[in-house]
Design a protein around this ligand. Sequence first.
Ligand SMILES: *[C@@H]1O[C@H](CO)[C@@H](O)[C@H](O)[C@H]1NC(C)=O
Ligand SMILES: *[C@@H]1O[C@H](CO)[C@@H](O)[C@H](O)[C@H]1NC(C)=O
Ligand SMILES: *[C@@H]1O[C@H](CO)[C@@H](O)[C@H](O)[C@H]1NC(C)=O
Ligand SMILES: *[C@@H]1O[C@H](CO)[C@@H](O)[C@H](O)[C@H]1NC(C)=O
Length: 172
Amino acid sequence: MGFHCLFIFYVVILLSLSSSYENTILNQTAFFTLLKTSLSGNTFSDWDGTNVCSYTGITCNDNGYVVKINVSGRNLLGRFPENICSYLPHLKTLNIGHNDIHGGFPYSITNCSLLQELITTHTSLVGELPDFSPMKSLRLLDLSSCSYSGKFPVSFINLTNLEVMNLNENGG
Ligand SMILES: *[C@@H]1O[C@H](CO)[C@@H](O)[C@H](O)[C@H]1NC(C)=O
Ligand SMILES: *[C@@H]1O[C@H](CO)[C@@H](O)[C@H](O)[C@H]1NC(C)=O
Ligand SMILES: *[C@@H]1O[C@H](CO)[C@@H](O)[C@H](O)[C@H]1NC(C)=O
Ligand SMILES: *[C@@H]1O[C@H](CO)[C@@H](O)[C@H](O)[C@H]1NC(C)=O
């Protein structure tokens, strides 16, 4: 490969890297727009502008990727949107507890292979729990005080990083 070919090769690599970065940033903004339309509450007034990293309860890493969402106790009402990790592929912590979020467990969360902490405590979520096996990074799973029912999720034995699991107070 001559110098020119190599140069063009690098430019192509750089262009494709930066466009996937931009897509992820666009996806992040799209997710929060979706969240605001899926849920209501009096809490989104401070979620202003397109820089989602500045929103209350949202944490980004140094590259500007969302790694943590904590909307615990923010009077949110509605259904949680599907496919969160196709929008936020770097998500490590999701805390939606103490809100009036209803519907079934959002099964698509099992696609969040990097998620370490999932907290839905004190929500109105109902129904059967999914096969958690794909969520290899989970360390903390707090699904207490919801209305989940059905079989105990034995798939947790596949979660080798799991340190805390709380399923207390699920009516069923
Ligand atoms: C989430 O936010 C709540 C309320 O602001 C706080 O009490 C809690 O410690 C936070 N949890 C996490 C995992 O950051
Ligand atoms: C996010 O961006 C990628 C391109 O990097 C695209 O393929 C994907 O469909 C987007 N995800 C969503 C949920 O829009
Ligand atoms: C996980 O993601 C794939 C690809 O985006 C999708 O086809 C599949 O339905 C998702 N699984 C769940 C449980 O949502
Ligand atoms: C553990 O994971 C394997 C492979 O994904 C799967 O076949 C098996 O059913 C899982 N075990 C449980 C108890 O879910």
